[in-house]
Design a protein around this ligand. Structure first.
Ligand SMILES: [Zn+2]
Length: 312
């Protein structure tokens, strides 16, 4: 039941020897979602021992090179490895035009299908859903169309209390209905309430990714109460003007948004290479929102399962 984020790249615009360009993997119950794919992503994936086959969904926030130039290399390596599982890419529709010439010579040979899902940059939108996980995109504010992503476990139905089921000798055929909210009526007409027979399911876990954007009030509502928020902090607050001009955020602005949204933890990344040290980002953010950490390549952030009171 893992819900874990791994940072593959945490620099903005230009890679350094310690920091590659933006890319992350979210392991959400063994679904390995790749979020952005800057140059060097496949090298970090190899270093961090992620299976290329397990990565079947890639989410690209926007079409600036530092967020997607790693894609051709990743696709080419997946091809050379002979991987056959389809690869879904969620991005601006222009990505297809950009990748086409690069992949043209590969296409006939590709042993897997590339499935493109164009993002909507105007509204909150569900873009992925299966029985356990859902993913949403939402508009950010950058120089070109840009989306954030919200990954969330689905609310599960309550669990049965085994002792109670045995105590009241409830037939197996009734158990599904009870899990879904029904009370139980025994042969004497006595009603046993649903609440006495079940305990609440675990709290769904969530992660939100916001990069290359000014801080938006609307985003605070969307990422409200998430367990983990990654927000870009390209600049320190002394360069607030520059942040505004380039449609980026400062550490203080990101922390203010985290506070407003009442998130559990904030991770800052996408640091400008103009700064020699990143400690001041942490200092600045912590003054506003204490539970802040800085992203660095190779770090993992695990969101533990939050058991309900009745579980051991
Ligand atoms: Zn960027």
């Amino acid at each position: 039941m893992t819900f874990e984020l791994t940072i593959l790249g945490s620099s903005s615009a230009i890679p350094t020897s310690e920091r590659y360009l933006t890319a992350q993997v979210l392991n959400a119950l063994e679904r390995f979602f790749l979020i952005d794919c800057g140059e060097g992503t496949q090298i970090r994936l190899r270093q961090m021992k992620f299976s290329f086959d397990r990565i079947r969904h890639i989410f690209i926030s926007h079409l600036h090179g530092d967020h997607f130039y790693g894609l051709p290399g990743f696709i080419s390596t997946r091809n050379l490895m002979g991987i056959k599982t389809d690869l879904h890419i969620y991005s601006h529709s222009d990505l297809i035009k950009m990748l086409d010439p690069l992949l043209e010579h590969l296409k006939e040979d590709l042993p897997f299908k590339l499935v493109f899902h164009p993002l909507n940059f105007k509204k909150f939108d569900q873009i992925f859903s299966d029985e356990k996980i859902e993913v949403f995109s939402f508009p950010l504010n950058h120089r070109i169309p840009c989306c954030g992503f919200l990954f969330r476990e689905k609310q599960q139905i309550p669990n049965l209390i085994r002792q109670k089921i045995e105590e009241y000798r409830i037939p197996v055929r009734q158990l599904r209905a009870i899990k879904e909210g029904a009370d139980y009526e025994d042969e004497n007409g006595r009603i046993i309430p649903h609440a006495e027979l079940t305990y609440p399911p675990v709290k769904p876990r969530s992660y939100a990714f916001c990069t290359d954007t000014t801080c938006l009030d609307a985003v605070a509502g969307i990422v409200s109460e998430v367990d983990l928020l990654y927000h870009e902090a390209t600049f320190l607050h002394r360069d607030e003007n520059l942040a505004g001009l380039t449609f980026h955020s400062t550490a203080r602005q990101a922390a203010t948004l985290a506070l407003k949204a009442n998130v559990k933890k904030l991770i800052l990344g996408h640091f400008s290479t103009r700064y020699k040290k990143t400690d001041p980002f942490l200092e600045e953010a912590k003054a506003v929102f204490e539970n802040t950490e800085l992203a660095s390549d190779g770090t993992r952030f695990t969101i533990p399962l939050q058991k309900s009171a009745c579980q051991s």
